[in-house]
Design a protein around this ligand. Structure first.
Ligand SMILES: Nc1ncnc2c1ncn2[C@@H]1O[C@H](COP(=O)(O)OP(=O)(O)OP(=O)(O)O)[C@@H](O)[C@H]1O
Length: 356
C-alpha cells in the first residue's frame, strides 16, 4: 500500500512529487511559506491543485491531467488531518468526540464508543473520557485529537505541527504517544523541530519555495545536510562549491579543506558541500585580504548568547551566513560588534566534505 502524489498549484508557486511506502513516516521541514501546509491541504482535499494526480493504495484521491478531472471529497480519501490546535467539538465529551468518526461511518453507538475507548487508551487518555474539551490542557486535547484521528482508521495520517501549540513540558508526552502510534502506519508530519524528525520520521523532505530541495533518511539529511535550511536545523554551517582532492573550492575560488569518507571515490568538479559546527570556528581580527586555507573574510551581522558561549553570526557573501561559537572573554577581548569585518578560521579536522 503506497501513497503517490504529483501536484502543481501555480497560484501558490507549488510543485511537488512524492511517494510514501507502507508504514513510512515522512517529516516535512522548511521555512515559513515554503508550502508545507499547502502540501497537506492538497493531500487531504482542502485545496485543489491545478494539475497532477494522487493515489493512496487502491484509492484515487484526484486526477487532474489534461481532460481528466476526477476529485474525491476529503472524507472519502482515507486521510486524517491533525492540526496545530486540537479542534474538538466543544459540546461533546472526549469519548463522543473520538466516537464521532466511527459513528459517522455507520457503527452503532456502543460499537463506536468501544472503538473510542480503545484509541483513548492508546494515547494514554482513557481517564479523560467523560471530560468536555474545555476541561483539558493543550497536551491532553492534542492526545484526544490523535485518538479521534486514528479512530477513523485513516490509511494516511497528516500532522501539521502537532507540537507547535504545546509548551516544552507537554510536548514530550505527545511525542512519545506519536512515536508509538506512528510506528506501523503511514504518516506525514510537518514540523519545525529537529527532535520530531529524529524521533518520528523515517525520512525527511526539505521544501523551499514550493519545491522539494532535499530528501533522504532522517539521519542522513540532518547529519549531512545539503540545503542551507537543513544545515541550519542541524546547527551546522554549510559552504557549497565543487569537490576536489583537498575539499571544497567555493565559487569565489577559496579552498576549504575537510574530511571525507575514505571509501568515497572523488569525481573532481562534482558539486559538493562542506559542513562544520560553529564550535569549530575561531574568530580573528586583522587583514581580511589574502586567503589562507579554511579562512574566510566575513562581516559580523549579530552576536547572541548561546549556552555559555557567544554565537557570532556573520555573512560571507550575499546569501551565506556562517556562525562561530566563542567564549564571552574572547568576544570581549576582540571587541566584536555587528558590522565588523573579521576572519573566520575553521579547523579542517572538524569539517565534513561530501557530494551535494
Ligand atoms: N489562503 C491563501 N491564499 C493564497 N496564498 C496562500 C494562502 N495560504 C498560503 N498562501 C501562499 O502559499 C505559499 C505556501 O504557503 P504555506 O502556508 O503552504 O507554507 P508553509 O510552509 O506551511 O508555511 P508556515 O511554516 O508559515 O506554516 C506561500 O507563498 C503563501 O504565501
Amino acid at each position: 500500500m503506497t501513497f503517490d502524489l504529483t501536484a502543481s498549484l501555480p497560484a501558490r508557486n507549488f510543485e511537488m512529487s512524492l511517494s510514501l511506502g507502507p508504514s513510512e513516516t515522512l517529516a516535512i521541514l522548511g521555512p515559513n511559506g515554503a508550502g508545507k501546509s499547502t502540501l497537506l491541504g492538497v493531500i487531504s482535499g482542502l485545496l485543489r491543485p491545478e494539475s497532477g494526480s494522487a493515489r493512496l493504495g487502491g484509492r484515487e484521491l484526484f486526477t487532474l491531467d489534461g481532460g481528466t478531472r476526477r476529485w474525491s471529497a476529503p472524507h472519502l480519501r482515507g486521510t486524517a488531518l491533525l492540526a496545530q490546535e486540537a479542534l474538538l467539538f466543544p459540546h461533546l465529551n472526549v469519548l463522543d468526540n473520538v466516537a464521532f468518526g466511527p459513528r459517522s461511518t455507520g457503527a452503532s453507538r456502543t460499537e463506536a464508543r468501544e472503538v473510542a475507548r480503545h484509541w483513548l487508551d492508546e494515547v494514554d487518555a482513557l481517564a479523560l473520557a467523560n471530560r468536555k474539551p474545555a476541561q483539558l490542557s493543550g497536551g491532553q486535547a492534542q492526545r484526544v485529537a490523535v485518538a479521534r484521528a486514528l479512530a477513523a482508521e485513516p490509511e494516511l495520517l497528516l500532522l501539521d505541527e502537532p507540537m507547535a501549540a504545546l509548551d516544552i513540558h507537554t510536548a514530550p508526552l505527545l511525542r512519545r504517544v506519536l512515536k508509538r502510534v506512528l510506528a506501523d502506519r503511514k504518516a506525514i508530519i510537518v514540523t519545525h523541530d529537529v527532535l520530531d524528525a529524529y524521533m518520528l520520521a523515517d525520512r525527511v523532505i526539505v521544501v523551499e519555495s514550493g519545491r522539494i530541495v532535499e530528501e533522504g533518511p532522517t539521519r542522513q539529511v540532518l547529519e549531512r545536510p545539503r540545503s542551507h535550511f537543513a544545515a541550519g536545523l542541524a546547527g551546522l554551517n554549510l559552504v557549497a562549491g565543487t569537490l576536489g582532492q583537498e575539499g571544497i573550492t567555493t565559487p569565489d575560488g577559496r579552498v576549504f579543506a575537510g574530511q571525507h569518507d575514505p571509501d568515497w571515490s572523488l569525481v573532481a568538479g562534482q558539486a559538493g558541500v562542506a559542513a562544520f559546527p560553529p564550535s569549530s570556528v575561531s574568530v580573528f581580527l586583522g587583514d581580511v585580504h589574502g586567503s589562507p586555507r579554511n579562512s574566510f573574510p566575513v562581516t559580523i551581522t549579530d552576536l547572541e548568547p548561546h549556552g555559555d558561549q557567544v554565537r557570532v553570526r556573520a555573512s560571507s557573501g550575499p546569501s551565506n551566513t556562517l556562525s562561530a561559537d566563542i567564549t564571552p572573554a574572547a568576544s570581549a577581548d576582540l571587541g566584536l560588534a555587528p558590522g565588523m569585518e573579521v576572519r573566520f578560521v575553521v579547523k579542517s579536522a572538524l569539517v565534513s566534505v561530501y557530494p551535494a
